[in-house]
Write a protein that binds this ligand. Structure first.
Ligand code: ADP
Length: 577
């Protein structure tokens, strides 16, 4: 599987955060939106219900009022102007909002008009004059008694057959004793939209007498109750649909904007008047402002949080990437550094080997001429039978001294070079024997040596002898000439190998220089008075290194130095060569 690059992975993480944020925001605001929607639907349904109930109650009150009037008139032995005035006295436009007049209407064929007019004048309708609107031979309808409810004119005697909507309701109601309303019509005079409600009146013998009617002005119909209930939350339209297209009778418009998210509702009103239609239109005020803004607020807050989170994630992820890149760069730089260092070390090793080889060659080649110099100087010294002057003898002494120093230096250089290159010939070495030999060679030196029993070790006999010779030689050399050297040589079995110690009571080595004296050509402070090349301990270190041991120096308690080195015990098989 191919791994993503850090850049792409960061982008993916950020995209994931944005996606999750957007999803969460979307879900939260959708949930809030749908809860607000359903709340709003419930509120709307309740509003419709209340409004429809109020309308029904109002219409019922209108119908009851009209039926009561008809019943009261029926109960009269004869409908007269004074009885009508008494019966209709309690009726006003407060009880029946929108009502403009109440009247009593009778039918009359054209031929019966003069008799009808005379009869109603007799019953108290003053100077009633019935006027025919057409020569139609059928029934014509004339208001013969009336009362204005709004203070407006209420002409009696006008032929109502000129208004087909009124004719329709009168004819429809004559057959039963129901209250019905006429289709909406526009009054010829006022031009206002209105309608008539009619209820038939029968006498005690159930003979039809006429109609009691109430005329309504559409815009005031149903009164203020609906407006109060509707408030600014819904708009209400009350319309008549008799003609096919709805004719608005009354409206309770809302000052608030309609809610495009909610559909308007049409409610049919089945109160003996199926042509009436109530339309309720919801507005944006239906839902409390907080509810409406909740979903949008949640979406906005969610978006802001998502953006913040994405920014934060991007910052964290990119800084992590940056840090990783820096670590990668640093690691690469470190690798390059190590490689460079290894190359330099390799070069140095090669150079050192070259130099050591070179020094070895030079030393070897210098040996012969130097031997000649020493030999001839010795010859001059031996042959001098007083032939040389004092001054010349001094020169000769210096030549012999310098030549001896030079020979020591050449010997040391050769030993240093071979210590590294010569093949190790491992064999058992009796250290006691070796030390005895070394001390015997230095018999002339003023020294006392104290030895514990020394072990038999495995190593290159020539090289190990060189180590002990150097250490014992130094112990003697670095004791001030006026004292006799006190040397203690000891050994201990460490389990893994042996630790051999050579201690003296000489001038000692300052503590800070103890590690350095094993470097080639390094001499410690205070040893200037003693001859030396600074190579002895470097040779010791190389030889011990090659045998897999360690070497070091410390202070000898009570004065002087204590040099030590270790030699590991050979594992089986190492002795083979
Ligand atoms: P050198 O030829 O100078 O003796 P070495 O490598 O043997 O060279 O010793 C390095 C230096 O260590 C010496 O110059 C001397 O200062 C110091 N040193 C070595 N052995 C002793 C010792 N036993 N006591 C005091 N100083 C010593």
């Amino acid at each position: 599987m191919r791994a993503f690059s850090p850049g792409r992975r960061s982008m993916l993480i950020v995209a994931l955060v944005v996606l999750l944020g957007a999803l969460g925001t979307g879900l939260a605001s959708a949930a809030l939106h749908s809860s607000a929607e359903s709340w709003s639907r419930r509120a709307f349904a309740q509003k419709q219900d209340v409004i429809a109930k109020i309308v029904m109650a109002e219409l019922f009150q209108y119908a009851v009022a009209l039926t009561d009037l008809a019943a009261s008139l029926s109960a009269q032995p004869e409908v007269t102007a004074s009885a009508f005035a008494t019966i209709t006295a309690p009726v006003d436009s407060l009880r029946l909002p929108g009502a403009t007049a109440v009247g009593y209407v009778v039918p009359a064929a054209p031929g019966d008009v003069p008799a009808t007019q005379a009869e109603w004048r007799r019953r108290g309708s003053g100077d009633l004059a019935l006027t025919l609107a057409s020569a139609d031979p059928g029934d014509h309808y004339f208001p013969v008694l009336g009362r204005s409810l709004d203070g407006g004119p209420n002409p009696l005697g006008t032929d109502l057959s000129a208004t087909p909507e009124i004719v329709q309701v009168l004819r429809d109601t004559r057959l039963g004793n129901d209250v019905e309303a006429s289709p909406a019509y526009r009054a010829v005079d006022g031009g206002e939209l209105g309608f008539v409600m009619a209820c038939p009146v029968f006498d005690q013998a159930s003979r039809f007498l006429g109609w009691v009617t109430v005329t309504y002005r559409g815009r005031d119909f149903l009164g203020p109750a609906i407006g109060v209930i509707a408030g600014d939350q819904v708009g209400v339209v009350f319309a008549d649909t008799s003609s096919g297209t709805p004719v608005t009778l009354a409206t309770w418009p809302s000052p608030a904007r309609g809610d495009p998210g909610q559909r308007l509702r049409r409610i049919g009103l089945p109160v003996d008047q199926p042509r009436w239609l109530l339309t309720v239109r919801p507005t944006v005020r239906l839902l409390p402002a907080t509810e409406r803004w909740l979903a949008r607020g949640a979406a906005a807050i969610g978006s802001v949080l998502t953006v913040l989170l994405a920014t934060l994630t991007a910052t964290v992820v990119t800084s992590r990437d940056r840090a990783l890149r820096r670590v990668g760069d640093a690691t690469a730089e470190l690798r390059r550094d190590i490689a460079r260092r290894e190359a330099v070390e390799q070069q140095l090793r090669v150079r050192e080997e070259e130099l050591v080889g070179f020094a070895g060659v030079v030393a070897h080649d210098l040996r012969n001429p130097l031997s000649n110099v020493i030999g001839y100087a010795e010859l001059i010294h031996v042959a001098d039978q007083g032939a040389l002057s004092e001054k010349q003898r001094g020169y000769l002494t210096r030549v012999r001294g310098s030549a001896a120093l030079m020979q020591r230096l050449i010997d040391d250089l050769l030993a240093y070079a071979t210590a590294d290159n010569a093949t190790l010939r491992l064999t058992e070495i009796d250290l006691d024997e070796v030390v005895t030999g070394i001390l015997a060679e230095r018999e002339g030196a003023a020294a006392t040596a104290e030895r514990s029993a020394l072990p038999t070790v495995v190593g290159d006999p020539t090289l190990i002898r060189q180590v002990l010779d150097n250490l014992i030689g130094n112990a003697i050399k670095y004791t001030p000439p006026e004292r006799s050297a006190e040397i203690r040589i000891g050994a201990a079995d460490t389990g893994a190998g042996y630790r051999i110690e050579v201690a003296d009571r000489g001038i000692g080595i300052p503590e800070k220089q103890r590690a350095e004296v094993f470097n080639a050509f390094t001499r410690a402070e205070g040893s200037e008075r003693y001859p030396g090349t600074g190579l002895g301990l470097a040779i010791v270190q190389r030889i011990v290194d090659r045998h897999g041991g360690e070497v070091g120096v410390g202070a000898n308690p009570g004065g002087g130095s204590l040099f030590w080195f270790t030699l590991p015990k050979p594992t089986s098989g190492e002795m083979g060569g």
